[in-house]
Design a protein around this ligand. Structure first.
Ligand code: GUN
Length: 297
């Protein structure tokens, strides 16, 4: 029987474990605060941000939301981030991506104070991660490590194939997999849109992380029997549903499930874990900034 991972359940466990730390901080007068910044009318981004706010509320984290007009000058966004950097009640700052065209994304990432950079996208934090001295682990790859841990999937000595080379998922995932330490020590290959023979790589993999943003790119014929398959894709494809679309992953679930030993569904796999690890990083940020020790799950 294939093990279909229940990401919602694992994420709920992490949120529940975080509640005690939030309470410790709050009792010490240091309630963790997360600021979300949205400068886009993209409905998917609006949904993600509102889910992140609900998660904060559930565990007792204070959430501040700043919404900027899509057409506002870029300076408004840079100024907003700087204001949040100075706000002592805000311990974590998340600027929802993708950004509108007039904004220089690299400038935004550099503007977030590294201590409040709960996405871990600031170049200083990217560098620290690569050097094996992460201040924060990026939420999606960290969430995937937690899922593997929960399901008892060992990465040490495993052949891991990461499909996709984004700064948000593919590159940091590969960096975590090659680090010495728990849920690292994997022999790691990064495949991407220019890889000559994707299936030749994925068929050798004990662990496949699909993060290319291509609907159903990977099917069962491309997998090794018993492999662990982690699907990061969230692709909206046209469908005859009430909303006019359905969500599909980067993995063709039905055929992959026949071959995989363990697999994540879409939705309900990686997505909720990303959000849980954002809360984790916010609690960690507050604990450090306020000098109040807490235990993290
Ligand atoms: N857009 C899609 N994923 C993410 C994420 O992890 N963080 C931010 N800030 N934006 C995103």
């Amino acid at each position: 029987m294939t093990n279909v991972i229940d990401g919602d359940a694992v994420a709920a466990e992490i949120r529940s474990d975080l509640e005690a730390s939030v309470e410790t901080l709050t009792d010490a007068g240091a309630r963790p605060g997360l600021a979300t910044v949205l400068m886009s009318d993209d409905p998917a981004s609006e949904t993600y941000v509102s889910m992140k706010q609900n998660d904060c509320e559930e565990v007792g984290i204070e959430s501040v939301h700043v919404e900027l007009d899509e057409d506002a000058p870029a300076e408004e966004l840079y100024d907003t981030v700087e204001e949040l950097n100075r706000d002592p009640d805000v311990h974590g700052i998340l600027v929802q991506m993708p950004l509108v065209d007039q904004v220089d994304e690299r400038r935004v990432l550099r503007t977030v104070a590294p201590e409040k950079d709960v996405d871990a996208f600031h170049p200083e934090n990217v560098g620290r991660l690569v050097a094996g001295d992460a201040r924060f682990k990026p939420c999606t790859p960290h969430g995937i490590q937690k899922l593997l841990e929960h399901e008892g999937v060992e990465t040490e000595g495993a052949e891991a194939v990461v499909v996709g080379r984004s700064n948000i998922v593919g590159k940091p995932m590969a960096n975590l997999f090659v680090q010495k330490g728990p849920f690292g020590n994997a022999t790691t290959t990064v495949c991407h849109s220019r890889t000559a023979d994707l299936a030749a790589h994925t068929r050798e993999a004990d662990i496949v992380v699909a993060a290319a943003g291509v609907p159903e790119l990977i099917d069962g014929s491309m997998l090794k029997e018993g492999a662990t398959v982690v699907d990061v894709g969230v692709n909206r494809v046209d469908a005859d549903t009430e909303k006019g679309y359905e969500l599909v992953g980067d993995v063709e679930f039905e055929s992959a499930k026949e071959v995989a030993g363990t697999i994540t569904p879409v939705p309900g796999g990686v997505g909720p874990m990303t959000r849980a690890m954002l809360l984790y990083n916010t609690v960690k940020a507050a604990s450090r900034q306020e000098g109040v020790d807490v235990t993290l799950p």
